[in-house]
Design a protein around this ligand. Structure first.
Ligand code: ZN
Length: 268
């Protein structure tokens, strides 16, 4: 039996370690797909094709042997394979990027803004979360109530599993949409993120859909920077700009996500 390696799946840290890139997401060149400096990624709303990693610049980076200037820790033994190179590994960790990263982060920022603008109170939000009719498929993913201290610290952990976060994000427009004025920009940011996620988590996509996805990711990131001028885009926002191209090369990214691996970890 003959076989060849097409792609490796894993979470961000696992993939960076396996493929020989930096294992810190606060380092200068943390992205395994492109060579954008971390200060560039903080305001970058779309993929820059001139910065992509490839076999040629990767070989130079290996020779240069300077982690803080290249993001490359070492050459990977996987590059000895006939049909594989680490710079061709386009798999994205959409579960951690979205459901344990951008999703809860923006959810907390947006809910805090809505509560501050008096469109909502935390008590009302939690009442709607607990009394919502989730139906049979979502009952096991019913979100937990949100604590006051969680909203105060958007970068901290949210006490929801990835499946609960996805359930909460998807159903939030039905839960509290009636309370929010139509032109609210913060709410628009969350709805844009949901639009992006619908494409990213979809099990089937057309090539044209990736062009549209790139446009709404650009729009979403730009709106984030406009609404929160004191904050910047985080590494997980940056990974999103590579999704449309990754989908074109590999197909729907949900086929490669870490959700099933994490479920197995949960079991153990
Ligand atoms: Zn990148």
């Amino acid at each position: 039996m003959r076989f060849s390696v097409a792609q490796f799946c894993g979470d961000n840290l696992g993939l960076n370690a396996l493929l020989g890139f930096t294992e810190s997401f606060s380092s200068n060149y943390f992205c395994r797909t492109c060579k954008a400096h971390k200060t560039t990624t903080r305001t970058q709303t779309k993929e820059d094709v001139t910065l992509m990693r490839n076999e040629v610049n990767h070989a130079e980076d290996v020779r240069h042997a300077n982690l803080s200037e290249t993001g490359v820790r070492r050459d990977s033994v996987l590059n000895n394979l006939s049909y594989f190179h680490v710079t061709h590994n386009q798999v994205a960790d959409i579960m951690h990027d979205l459901l344990e990263g951008v999703g809860p982060y923006e959810l907390k920022l947006v809910l805090s803004s809505l509560i501050e603008d008096k469109h909502l109170t935390l008590e009302k939000l939690n009442f709607r979360i607990t009394s919502f009719d989730y139906g049979f498929p979502d009952l096991k993913n019913k979100p937990s109530v949100i604590g006051k201290h969680e909203l105060k610290n958007p970068e901290g952990a949210m006490h929801q599993s990835a499946a609960q976060t996805w359930c909460l994000l998807r159903l939030l427009p039905c839960m509290i949409g009636d309370l929010i004025p139509e032109d609210n920009k913060h709410w628009e940011l969350l709805l844009l993120l949901l639009d992006c996620m619908e494409f990213i988590i979809s099990p089937s996509l057309t090539p044209e859909a990736t062009v549209y996805l790139a446009a709404i990711i650009d729009e979403h990131h730009s709106l984030f920077l406009e609404l929160y001028p004191n904050l910047h885009l985080r590494p997980k926002h940056h990974f999103m700009v590579h999704y449309p191209n990754a989908i074109l090369k590999l197909g729907p990214l949900v086929q490669f996500w870490s959700m099933r691996f994490e479920a197995k970890h949960g079991f153990f």
